[in-house]
Design a protein around this ligand. Structure first.
Ligand code: 3H9
Length: 680
């Protein structure tokens, strides 16, 4: 017997236990002994039933993702599931924690599934750019019907045990001892004396509601945005309905092999590991203890402060929200109330939960009310003097050991920390708007930030469901600094011949949810205009639009026109004429600009700035930059983030194209960073 798979006996029932920490992934060293154990038990006449269970915190959470891209060593998962299905004695999976991907597929090879009340079951392969390749797309529809299976497989979202029971995916929910319940369940089946039917033979649900299936599949095709996996998932579930079992299984296998070898899945697998890597911080070992955050103070109840307050309240953490006067406080809390009410109206939140969350947020105009906060997040006006004043005041009220965070987007966190008598407690927590929705959190480590303060910020970030990335101090940190670099070419491209709609189209074809000009119109052009004026900068075209009162969607006109207060952008001849006039005034002869040139001139500066950030040690690793861009700015997941994309394009090509554009434009954005040299 191996260490990863053990067999015990409860009289006539054998219990096979997989033990492969941390998540019982189906690595080769699990598959091999599992196959051997099942073969032996199948032939053992003293065994009348088999329970498949897992040690540790979860049932099998999937195939071992680290094995993808390497030659598959036999036995593979399909071989194990096929073997399970030939076993005539009843088999049951005893599921606790999460049965995900290959884990659920393994359980689908059993006749029965018994789940713990808190278990969750799902096929999340799509998030790795894959489809379930162990028979999941062919067996799941046989239990829950094609429309439900499609939803589960294409969203990748696991369902709770109770829902799985209602759908027929699990056969019973265990109260108390899970393995014992599964053993007792099998004894009950043996007593009934009926031949257990493998999932592959259960066809009665396959014909359910074909119209609902087709509607859902069409909707998916629209939303796939260039990603191959969701479409392959839909194709495979359709095969399950229309083809004989073995043909559908073979087709699933072929699709899986194609996807696993493709760049999109490589990119998404890279992001899976990158996200976990980002949480590991140089200098913060397991010995550094994170402080407990039982209460949070937030300074400023504007859009950001309100959103941050909701992010904490949503995770059950009480918040004290501070404003300068009662009117501002009432406006802020009123907005939070409206946001919760909107979620209830949309049906995404129930009234009781909304009320509970709202009740966790209390308002004050008195700094003394922040005295019991373990973490204080300043989200006041973006002005150094204002922020320094706040941090000096916090010295008087914040309790010893409290972490003091600033939500600044650009300002120097070292300078803010210097205003505090306890700079070791100060760091940046840069949330992205809307802060209650966006997953990314840049945690800014200043010169004097203590490991404990950083560990506390990281731990609370996870508690509130954020993806934290630790960054160093510089103007705009990782995300906004790179965004500035990316934006630098937009105006030049317009002047030289591109139109906003052409640039946006190149971006959406690349996989972005929207292009930069649609984004500007959505966010409001006046913000950038005010910032430029404050810094004495100009942007001829954007400034001209603002001077004409075109602030974007909110004024019905911006880079595009929006009919009747709608949100659909329509190219506007006035904007085209403006661009033509400004170009002519500068003696620029406009020309046709290809989508390829648009992507190069906007994305290469992004990669180059990322390289400079790495050169300066502002980010710990290239994959952290990818996490920032995918989760904070919508960089297409199928390209894995800007640095991974650069690797896919080839570093040599990146260097050459940067040098080419540097020579043509003379602009610093294209001067290749030394970090890029020698990368293969
Ligand atoms: C699949 O099954 C394909 C099949 O259809 C077909 C096959 C032919 N493999 O997330 P955590 C590591 S595709 C290898 O921090 P949590 C992870 O990197 C798979 N390693 O824990 C981390 O390592 P480290 C479908 C894995 O408690 C450590 O385990 N399944 C795998 O927050 C702890 O992970 C999925 O996509 C894996 N499958 O969350 C599920 N999973 O400590 C993927 C985890 O060195 N997994 N690791 O950084 C998850 O969603 C979460 O890990 C889970 C636990 C929810 C299970």
């Amino acid at each position: 017997m191996s260490r990863s798979v053990t067999v015990s006996r409860d009289n006539e029932i054998a219990v096979v236990t997989i033990d492969n920490p941390p998540v019982n992934a189906l690595s080769h060293h699990v598959r091999e002994p599992l196959y051997a154990a099942l073969t032996e038990l199948a032939a053992d006449d003293t065994v009348r039933g088999i329970v498949l269970a897992c040690a540790g915190r979860t049932f099998v959470a999937g195939a071992d993702i680290t094995e993808f891209g390497k030659p598959m060593q036999k036995p593979d998962l399909n071989g194990i599931v096929a073997l399970l299905e030939t076993i005539a004695k009843p088999t049951a999976a005893a599921i606790h924690g999460t049965a995900l991907g290959g884990g659920l597929e393994l359980a689908l090879g059993c006749h029965f599934r018994i789940a713990d009340r808190t278990a969750r079951l799902g096929l999340p392969e799509v998030k790795l750019g894959l489809l379930p390749g162990g028979g999941g797309t062919v067996r799941l529809p046989r239990l829950v019907g094609p429309a439900k299976a499609l939803r589960m497989i294409v969203t990748g979202t696991p369902v709770p045990a109770a829902e799985a029971l209602a759908d027929g995916l699990v056969d019973a929910i265990a109260e108390g001892d899970l393995t014992g319940s599964a053993v007792a369940f099998l004894r009950g089946k043996l007593a009934e004396g009926v031949r257990p039917i493998p999932v592959r033979e259960r066809n009665d649900k396959l014909g359910e509601d074909p119209a609902a299936f087709e509607r859902a599949a069409a909707d998916l095709a629209r939303k796939a945005r260039g990603l191959e996996a969701p479409l392959a998932c839909a194709e495979s579930v359709r095969n399950a309905v229309s083809l004989p079992f073995d043909q559908a299984l073979a087709a699933e296998h072929a699709l899986f092999r194609k996807l696993v070898a493709g760049d999109q899945s490589k990119a998404q697998r890279h992001l899976f590991f990158a996200e976990r890597e980002a949480a590991k911080v140089v200098g913060i070992g397991k010995d550094v203890k994170a402080g407990d955050v039982a209460r949070v103070g937030i300074i400023g109840a504007g859009t950001m402060g309100g959103g941050i307050a909701m992010a904490f309240a949503n995770a059950g953490i009480p918040v004290t929200l501070l404003e300068t006067d009662d009117a501002a406080l009432a406006r802020g809390t009123g907005m939070i109330g409206k946001n919760y009410a909107a979620s209830v109206a949309r049906g995404s939140l129930d009234e009781a939960t909304a009320a509970r969350r709202l009740a966790l947020i209390s308002g004050t105009t008195d700094y003394a009310a922040l005295a019991d906060a373990d973490l204080i997040v300043e989200a006041a006006f973006e002005d150094m003097a204002v922020k320094r004043d706040i941090f000096a005041r916090l010295d008087q009220v914040a309790k010893a050991g409290a972490v003091l965070a600033t939500n600044t987007s650009y300002l120097d966190v070292n300078a803010i920390a210097a205003a505090s008598a306890r700079p070791e407690a100060v760091l940046g927590m840069h949330f992205f708007s809307p802060a209650n929705v966006m997953k990314l959190l840049e945690i800014v480590r200043a010169e004097k930030t203590s490991p404990e303060a950083l560990a506390t910020a990281l731990s609370v970030a996870k508690r509130i469901g954020k993806i934290p990335v630790v960054v160093g101090v510089c103007h705009g940190f990782v995300g906004n600094r790179m965004l500035t670099a990316r934006s630098s070419e937009n105006e030049a491209l317009l002047m030289e011949g591109a139109l906003p709609a052409e640039i946006d189209r190149a971006f959406t074809d690349f996989g972005w949810p929207m292009g930069p000009f649609q984004m500007y119109d959505l966010a409001g052009l006046d913000i950038g205009w005010r910032n430029r004026k404050a810094r004495g900068e100009t942007a001829a075209l954007a400034d001209a639009l603002c001077e004409a009162g075109r602030f974007g969607q909110k004024t019905g006109k911006g880079w595009y026109a929006y009919a009747d207060g709608g949100r659909t952008p329509t190219p506007d001849p006035d904007v085209e004429a403006l661009i033509g006039r400004e170009a002519a005034a500068r003696g620029i002869a406009r020309r046709t600009i290809s989508a390829e040139e648009i992507i190069e001139r906007t994305h290469l500066p992004l990669v180059n700035e990322g390289a400079r950030i790495l050169e300066e040690g502002i980010a710990q690793r290239a994959s952290d930059i990818d996490i920032v861009w995918v989760n904070g700015y919508g960089f297409p997941v199928g390209k894995g983030g800007p640095m991974f994309w650069a690797g896919l394009e080839g570093w040599q090509k990146v260097r050459e194209r940067l040098a080419y554009w540097h020579e043509r434009t003379g602009r610093d954005a294209f001067r290749p960073s030394p970090w890029l040299s020698g990368r293969e």
